[in-house]
Design a binder for this molecule. Sequence first.
Ligand code: GAL
Length: 323
Amino acid sequence: MTAMACQVQERNDAFVQGQLWLDDEHNMINAHGGGLMYHDGIYYWYGECKQGETVLRENSTWECYRTDVVGISCYSSKDLLHWHNEGIVLAAERADSMHDLHPSMVVERPKVIYNARTGKFVMWMHIDSPDYSKACAGVAVSDSPTGQFTYMGSFRPNGEMSRDQTLFVDDDGRAYQVCSSEDNATMYVHLLSDDYLRPTETLTRNLVDKYREAPAVFKHGGKYYLLTSGCSGWDPNMADIAVADSMLGKWTQLGNPCVGEDADKTFYGQSTYVQPVVGKPGVYVAMFDRWNKTDLPDSRYLWLPLTFEDGKPKIIWNDGWMF
Ligand code: GAL
């Protein structure tokens, strides 16, 4: 057995941290900066498909490692452990060098939500120029969770910068985009239009000047929680979780929810999504990327249990676990 093969996640009965995770065709799962959507008994995992060479961009003021855009991948599963590759559901546009989805651009952190009114699946993602100065959100739509998604274009929500981002649909059907804005200094929450395709004019500025990224939102016991990372590019930093009584309400930071060795570095991971386990109230899977900045396609995943102790959210390190 080669060294690489030893690292493959062979235990298919548990979430094993940081190892190569294979789909049902024995290929590496390639869905980074991703998010999940549960629909009709199936979980869908959308993420950045990272392939090819990782290049350090010259003349950048920060360590801007990147790979060419390939597209957004989608995997499906009934149990969150065993995944089937549904393919690229939004592909790079190779022919047009000015297109948002051209391989030279930045397409990151896709999230998909289902709109029960329109019957459409709506994807939002971070769209940027190669130097990350564009700071826009892109939107794509599909009639099916497995695509193909049709790209609608990009914009700055309410004219404000949008980089790392996520989506959240509340029980009342209202949806929100949460994004790092003001050059990543401040987290914005935009209430979306009824069709989820645009922001409304309702927005809030949160965690002002706190420089938080990688937002992930979930709801527990009638309260809203916002898990974020700090702002240090691909390098790990300390997570924080904030709580609010409503999505547009005041967010109060609760501190680092991580517990265990390297908790101050988020276990060498960066948040991307928190998934409630359907049918198990109070059980959440907190998803992190463990970036390999000099070889981004070899980045790994940490899927950890998020639980509540004395009413406070905790993410406790666990090598291999199942809910
Ligand atoms: C991180 C961000 C990633 C990616 C990276 C680029 O801070 O969370 O999604 O944009 O920077 O360096």
